[in-house]
Design a protein around this ligand. Structure first.
Ligand SMILES: Nc1nc2c(ncn2[C@@H]2O[C@H](COP(=O)(O)OP(=O)(O)OP(=O)(O)O)[C@@H](O)[C@H]2O)c(=O)[nH]1
Ligand SMILES: [Mg+2]
Length: 400
């Protein structure tokens, strides 16, 4: 064969091989390039995105309380709510507040002795429980309600051990206390107007100070209105709370008409953008009709400036006043549309059964309980938590 012919063939083979390799290599190279580009964009986008996400999470975390407040409204913490947030259960804290009831001579202490494992479970035991309940301010009607299911259970031979008797008592107590609308304030568009009423010394002004503390902690702008113009010292007491907790107080002139002070106070709140207006009112004996007339007038005028106001009318009742508290709930309830009860001074009583009596016999929801004089000693009421603090739960060794 002609050598030139062979050289041409070899050259053609090489050229063909080169072209084939190039054709195979090009896509591979292009791919690598695009991976590199992607890798670059991934590395630049990755941290940027992470940083962005982190910033967003941070912003969300920061804005969370505000969102909770907006959703929950002023009361929410229904501390489930108005924690204006979220309410955290604190049975141990409530128990500490109600420590007197847990002493040997207190409501719980006496029940615990009776329901000790050594006592026989028979009708005699029910009679003894009845005595504890009656003498702990539960009242005859409510005591009957509490014991009904225990008597039934005994008859049907279902309550054969002490823990079952406790459980039956707890269950019925929770049912009686669980009046719809209990717990913290119900959300309302600002300004939300709240009237606090009650006999003298019940704890209205102190409750206002505590409630304002709670609401301010939830980010609310609160105005305290000194609607108790009956005593000069009442205005001062509210102002002391105001300066202690950093809350604005609206006070009228000395001896001003309480209704006009409340009107002017609400107007001030509307103009200056407060979220919640807490109106203090005068005490005095609930049987005195001038007080009721005055409160009706205050209530009427509180309706004038803001739609739906007053959004809450809370009756403040001294928890140590026993069956008197029931009487107060009746008197005030017939003069004003009460939206709830605040039961104060539960730290000062070994009885405490009046909570059950009011909830059951008056069907007014308990909104808060006071367990001390400090700003933080106001607790949003929750039937389950209250019963657990008072009567324990299934895990407690109640018989020991
Ligand atoms: N231990 C205890 N004391 C309380 C509680 N709530 C209020 N007090 C005290 O009860 C007393 C009367 O409370 P006030 O808030 O002045 O009662 P008020 O209803 O405004 O009384 P008037 O203005 O006279 O009608 C004060 O010494 C308070 O510190 C509570 O939950 N526990
Ligand atoms: Mg007062």
């Amino acid at each position: 064969m002609d050598p030139l012919y062979i050289i041409v063939i070899v050259a053609l083979v090489f050229v063909g091989l080169w072209l084939a390799r190039r054709a195979a290599a090009l896509p591979a190279g292009a791919d690598t390039k695009s991976h590199a580009a992607n890798a670059k964009s991934a590395t630049t986008r990755g941290p940027a995105r992470e940083a962005k996400l982190a910033a967003r999470a941070d912003a969300e975390a920061k804005s969370e309380p505000a969102e909770e407040v907006a959703e929950a409204g002023p009361n929410e913490s229904r501390e489930s709510s108005p924690g204006a947030g979220r309410r955290t259960r604190d049975v141990a804290g409530l128990r500490r507040g109600m420590a007197k009831m847990r002493e040997t001579s207190g409501f719980f202490g006496r029940l615990k002795q009776l329901l000790g494992a050594t006592k026989a479970i028979d009708p005699r035991l029910v009679e003894e429980i009845e005595e504890v309940l009656i003498t702990s301010d539960v009242g005859a009607k409510t005591t009957e309600q509490l014991l009904g299911s225990i008597r039934d259970g005994l008859q049907k031979k279902e309550l054969d051990d002490h823990s079952r008797v406790w459980a039956a008592l707890r269950k019925r107590a929770t049912e009686l206390l669980d009046v719809p609308g209990g717990g913290g304030l119900t959300a309302a568009p600002p300004p939300m107007v709240v009237l606090l009423v009650g006999v003298n010394g019940a704890g209205k002004t102190t409750t206002i100070g505590k409630l304002a503390t709670k609401l301010q902690d939830q980010g609310k702008r609160v105005l305290l209105v000194a609607g108790d113009t009956f005593r000069a010292a009442a205005v001062q007491q509210l102002q002391t709370w105001g300066s202690r907790i950093g809350c604005e107080v609206f006070a009228g002139k000395e001896n001003a008409d309480p209704a006009s002070v409340v009107y002017d106070g609400i107007q001030h709140a509307v103009e200056s953008g407060h979220d919640v207006v807490l109106c203090d009112t005068a005490g005095r004996l609930h049987t005195k009709s001038p007080l009721m007339d005055e409160l009706r007038k205050v209530h009427k005028i509180a309706q004038k400036l803001v739609t739906g106001a007053p959004h809450e009318v809370l009756l403040v009742v001294d928890g140590t006043s026993g069956q008197n508290a029931l009487q107060q709930a009746t008197e005030f309830g017939s003069a004003l549309p009460l939206t709830g009860i605040v039961l104060t001074k539960l730290d000062g009583t070994a009885k405490g059964g009046v909570v059950l009596a009011i909830a059951h016999e008056r069907r007014v929801p308990v909104r808060y309980v006071g367990v001390g004089e400090r700003a933080e000693d106001l607790r949003e009421f929750d039937a389950g938590e209250f019963v657990e603090a008072l009567l324990g739960n299934a895990q407690d060794d109640l018989a020991s």
